[in-house]
Design a protein around this ligand. Structure first.
Ligand code: MN
Length: 149
């Protein structure tokens, strides 16, 4: 493969020869102020490593799917929802998101939340919550607070 063995880190959590992408197509799903960079994505790996950055006060999409995520926080602080559990997260924390668990990342005010996310190369399309799903999630007061924050 012709890819450079080393692509240097650049200021601001950027990397040489890595394009800054939109998180998702605008309007495809609810989210706020998230960018995406594909760091590693090749057929022989079977997985991809991406870097996501959620701007201060922003959040990823609340979703679930069959494929799993393995996440390491690189910068900033925030909270994540995995299944029915809300957790405070900060640099170098590891977050495992099993199949079919509702999940969302929210950045605290004041600083972006940046994280590496390893994911299956072949993956199913995420499901968004129905109104019934949301009502079920919000029965837990901690989860309701998280979703409304
Ligand atoms: Mn996901």
């Amino acid at each position: 493969m012709a890819e450079q063995p080393v692509r240097k880190a650049l200021p601001g959590y950027r990397w040489e020869a890595v394009e800054l992408l939109a998180y998702k197509a605008e309007g495809a799903a609810p989210f706020k102020d998230v960018s995406r960079q594909r760091l590693f994505a090749s057929a022989e790996l079977g997985c991809e490593l991406r870097y996501f950055e959620v701007a201060a006060g922003g959040h990823s999409t609340l979703e679930r799917h069959e494929h799993v995520h393995a996440v390491m926080i690189l910068r900033g602080r925030g909270r994540c929802l995995v299944d029915a559990q809300v957790s405070v997260i900060g640099p170098h924390d590891l977050v495992h998101i099993p199949a079919w668990c509702w999940h969302q990342f929210r950045a605290d005010a004041g600083e972006p939340l940046g994280f590496l996310c390893m994911v299956n190369a072949e993956r199913d399309r995420p499901q968004l919550p129905t109104e019934d799903d949301l009502a079920a999630l919000e029965r837990d007061p901690q989860v309701a607070d998280f979703l409304r924050s």
